[in-house]
Design a protein around this ligand. Structure first.
Ligand code: TYM
Length: 332
């Protein structure tokens, strides 16, 4: 049976890019593979970003990220769901992999280049970020990794690290494959500036748990096809953010109506946005209701994370023992 692993950073509120690009696949694969699917709030990764150096905020965001995932449909009794820092074996395997990975390869990672370019002082952890990701995945010998397209290069590096370890120390790890949501590879930000991203701030994101009024305010002013200067100008829905979002939230008849309407100038952008908002409301309302119930019982959420960490460690420990022996560390 496949072993599934994925992680999500508690660096901001989870957004619809996370939802359609990754979290829906967590739920789907979780239903298929049960306790053979592991999902993790990667707080160790989060602290590679100086913006996360606020202890109470980090703890709160880790909690909120668990709430969001449970609200979307991951059942902690059926899958393994935990916080990365509660499973210290991640640190251990990370160090071993750090020692196998050339700095040059890490410097070539596009996410590293983008993120480091924005910082005055670059933490070494940001460079090592993909190594820790490889440790996350291979610690459970996972072969299936549901992610958005932006993680492709990191998964490729994970495969290289697995190959290198296997070559040096004998066959140990699988070479994991990414699994993408084919209709949601790279959801654009609502401000029209590239990919929707937690670290880009609230102007880019539509939060899964964001109040619907606030979501509407962002959609209302979101850019549309620039060719439609006047209401009577025909547009191209394939070049429009709102057209992209309709594909995520609306049913087929609505999509056909707005696409046709846009091309023939039969529908105005405001009406098109209102129709989109109906789909958003339908999708997010039940999630937000479940999140409110979960927040009302924080001990249950924390208890689920502790239980998840126990289950994860039960899988991770024998792998670490095997790795230690192969590397040549003395028994402890
Ligand atoms: P993170 O927290 O940035 O994002 C979580 C997941 O959401 C996907 N995603 C998107 N998909 C489509 N369109 C978007 N606009 C969009 N924005 C984000 C991401 O691809 C990701 O799958 N490095 C990872 C966390 C991680 C991890 C791992 C993932 C740590 N260890 C091990 C897989 C396996 C990250 O930054 O996710």
């Amino acid at each position: 049976m496949p072993r599934v692993f994925s992680g999500i950073q508690p660096t901001g509120d989870p957004h619809i890019g996370n939802l359609f690009g990754a979290m829906k696949n967590y739920v789907r694969l979780g239903e298929q593979y049960g306790k053979n699917s592991l999902y993790c709030v990667v707080d160790l990764h989060a602290i590679t970003n100086p913006a996360s150096h606020d202890p109470s905020r980090l703890a709160e965001r880790t909690f909120e990220m668990a709430v969001a995932n449970f609200a979307v449909g991951l059942d902690p009794d059926k899958v393994v769901f935990f916080a990365q820092s509660q499973v210290p074996e991640h640190f251990e395997l990370n160090w071993i992999f750090t020692s196998l990975t050339p700095v040059g390869e890490l410097e070539r990672m596009t996410q590293y280049k983008d993120k480091s370019a924005e910082l005055e002082s670059v933490p070494a952890g940001l460079l090592m970020y993909p190594v820790l990701m490889a440790a996350d995945i291979l610690l459970y010998k996972a072969d299936t990794v549901p992610v958005g397209e932006d993680q492709t290069q990191h998964i490729e590096l994970t495969r290289e690290i697995a190959r290198k370890f296997n070559h040096l120390y004998g066959e140990t790890f699988p070479e994991p494959q990414a699994v993408y949501a084919k209709d949601a590879l790279r959801i654009p930000g609502v401000d029209g500036h590239g990919k929707m991203g937690k670290s880009k701030g609230e102007t880019s994101t539509l939060g899964i748990l964001e109040p619907l009024d606030s979501i509407w305010q962002k959609i209302r002013v979101a850019p549309t096809d620039p060719a439609r200067v006047r209401r009577t100008d025909p547009g191209d829905p394939d070049k429009c953010l709102i057209g992209d979002y309709h594909k995520l939230f609306s049913d087929l008849p609505t999509i056909e109506t707005v696409y046709q309407g846009c091309r023939t100038a039969g529908i105005g952008c405001v009406d098109c946005k209102k129709l989109l908002m109906e789909g958003v409301r339908r999708e997010l309302t039940p999630i937000q209701e479940r999140a409110a119930d979960l927040r009302a019982d924080p001990d249950r959420v924390r208890g689920a994370l502790e239980q998840g960490a126990k289950e994860a460690r039960a899988i991770a420990r024998p792998v670490i023992e095997e790795v230690r022996e192969k590397v040549g560390f003395l028994k402890r």
